[in-house]
Design a protein. Structure first.
Length: 199
């Protein structure tokens, strides 16, 4: 039933025209997440994206560009220009990466060319023990200090989905207290629906 609904949502989503940049630090789960979005398929053997580390996935009218390798972070900005949405993937179970993630995310969003592009933060891997809660992620990435765009933070869990609205901050969209787990592929519908609204 859920599967049928997701397939239906995917068919709607991929019929729209949308350019998405999916970025984040290495090992965050970008490739896994994109695989789940496009195929509803999770592969444990997902290998690190190598080489130029730009993976372009096209399905229907939707193009998703995926990056991660640090040595190419300087060119992220160029490829983010003009996209309909920036999706930042975070490994919510690895707090040691949060400071670097915050610095890189803010450095990217500070680029004038990227002003106004909606940001979706997906805190992935919340099926793992000791993953950060969405409030912790919002704090760790200083999401409330981002003022020049719509910001959302989703966490998807197999167990529970909790929604929180961050008052009158500059965040115009709901900051949904959910983290995404590409592994469980639960609540991927929320992610698809969010992206669909930006197409
Ligand atoms: N438990 C769990 N593991 C995950 C999840 N998503 C991804 N992983 C694992 O995390 C590792 C990295 O996943 P990738 O999808 O390759 O991450 P990436 O961000 O594309 O990594 P790079 O391409 O190296 O930048 C793999 O071992 C995945 O199996 C998740 O939701 N839960
Ligand atoms: Mg990858």
């Amino acid at each position: 039933m859920l599967r049928a609904f997701l397939d239906w949502l995917r068919s709607l989503f991929f019929a729209k025209e949308l350019d998405i940049a999916c970025i984040g630090l290495q090992n965050a789960g970008k490739s896994s997440l994109v695989t789940v979005l496009t195929d509803n398929h999770f592969t444990e053997e997902m290998i690190p994206t190598v080489g130029f580390n730009l993976r372009k996935i096209q399905k229907g009218n939707v193009i998703i560009k995926v990056w991660g390798q640090p040595r190419f972070r300087s060119i992220w900005e160029r490829y983010c220009r003009g996209v309909g949405a920036i999706v930042w993937v975070l490994d919510s179970a690895d707090a040691s990466t949060f400071p670097t993630a915050q610095a890189e995310l803010h450095a990217l969003l500070d680029k004038p060319e990227l002003r106004g592009i909606p940001l979706l933060v997906l805190a992935n891997k919340n099926d793992l023990p000791d993953h950060a809660t969405v409030d912790e992620v919002i704090k760790a990435l200083a999401l409330t200090t981002i003022t020049n765009r719509e910001v959302s933070c989703y966490s998807i869990s197999g167990e529970s989905t909790r929604h929180a609205v961050l008052g009158n901050r500059a965040l115009t969209d709901m900051l949904a207290a959910t983290l995404s787990s590409a592994k469980s592929s639960r609540n991927i519908d929320i992610t698809l629906a969010w992206l669909m609204k930006r197409a």
